[in-house]
Design a protein around this ligand. Structure first.
Ligand code: AHM
Ligand code: MG
Length: 333
């Protein structure tokens, strides 16, 4: 098999479609390199003394794990000096991180969840990194949070890495979705799946069912119908999977279909779900749409939402198109 590296893929894409200018290519390669470093740290586990709590909380009041903090530092350091970025933002940092003045600045802005699936870090279950790339607004001088508040449809690239049995990197630059596998011996990312497509029909769903008593009627109706199986209105049996790492659940759905849900619920009526719009939902929605699936907040397309603040939360329904359309129609009835 002829091996195509991430670099070769990016260079050839630029030649064919003029869609990955050199600075964006550098950005993607730097992020991919940082993911390699994170993968290495994750795989050391207890041997690397990286497990357990860091003894701090992030802006959302969640306890930070040592690996959350370490992954955040790895991504910041890797991306500061290249000259391709104006600023960064992260789940683990309250405010944006402008590129320090000692480095040249570029026209891109990078957002990330450095290590998604925090509850799985210490128990050796798949976790990952999610990232989203925006362009700085024309004429921007000193970047502010406001410059980041662009709808997901403005993303120029997005992707995630999964640190699981294999380490993979799934990427879109707006021209389909491709998957690269880390060759640990060679230290390189190798293209292993071209043009991924989410199967349109599915018999699998993913939701944290322990929240069932808090769900609003459209979600309750939808899940009741799935659970009724071949004796219910859907006339077929559905299976459920919940890894509690969005990266791993979305990776499964990209490969064999399904629907992922993290709805808003009645526990905290003012809080629109658990997941964050700008560095979790938007990049995943971009990837899923590029793979032929759909992503909504129950009412509207996630990529059309105008963010009001950096750490804004959003309800998420994404995956196989027919299922996402169905649960969205229940919300809009
Ligand atoms: P995190 O960014 O703090 O890790 O939280 C996001 C994660 C998602 O990866 C996952 O889908 C969800 O939280 C799991 O939630 P729950 O703990 O309700 O199962
Ligand atoms: Mg997360």
């Amino acid at each position: 098999m002829k091996r195509v590296s991430l670099t070769q893929y990016l260079v050839e894409e630029q030649r064919l479609h003029n869609s990955i200018p050199a600075e964006l290519r550098l950005l993607i390669e730097v992020v991919a390199r940082a993911c390699k470093t994170i993968s290495h740290a994750v795989s050391k586990g207890a041997l690397g003394e990286v497990l357990g709590s860091a003894g701090s909380e992030n802006v959302q009041g969640e306890v930070q794990k040592k690996l959350d903090v370490l992954s955040n530092e790895i991504l910041l350091e890797a991306n500061e000096w290249g000259g391709h970025l104006a600023a960064m933002a992260s789940e683990e940092m309250e405010t944006i991180h402008p590129i320090p003045n000692r480095y040249p600045k570029g026209e891109y802005m990078l957002l990330f969840d450095p290590l998604d699936g925090s509850s799985n870090i210490d128990v050796n279950v798949s976790i990952g990194t999610i990232f989203s790339v925006l362009k700085a607004p024309e004429g921007m001088k000193e970047p502010t949070e406001k410059d980041f508040l662009q709808p997901g449809s403005k993303q120029v690239a997005a992707g995630y890495a999964v640190y699981g049995p294999q380490t993979v990197l799934v990427l879109t630059t707006g021209d389909g979705v491709n998957c690269f596998t880390l060759d640990r011996e060679m230290g390189s990312w190798v293209l292993t799946e071209r043009d991924m497509k989410v199967p349109e029909e599915t018999k699998e769903y993913a939701i944290n069912a322990s929240n069932a008593r808090h769900w609003y009627p459209p979600v309750k109706r939808y899940i009741d119908e799935l659970q009724a199986g071949d004796t219910g209105p859907r006339g077929k049996n559905f299976n459920m999977r919940w890894i509690a790492s969005m990266v791993a659940d979305v990776h499964r759905i990209l490969n064999r279909g399904g629907i992922f849900m993290y709805p808003a619920d009645a526990r905290e009526p003012d809080k629109p779900g658990k997941l964050r719009l700008m560095y979790e939902a938007n990049p995943m929605a971009f990837l899923i749409e590029q793979a032929g699936g759909a992503a909504t907040n129950g009412k509207q397309r996630i990529l059309d939402i105008q963010p009001g603040k950096l750490h804004e939360r959003v309800a998420v329904f994404l995956g196989s198109k027919s299922e996402v359309e169905r649960v969205t129609s229940y919300h809009n009835e």
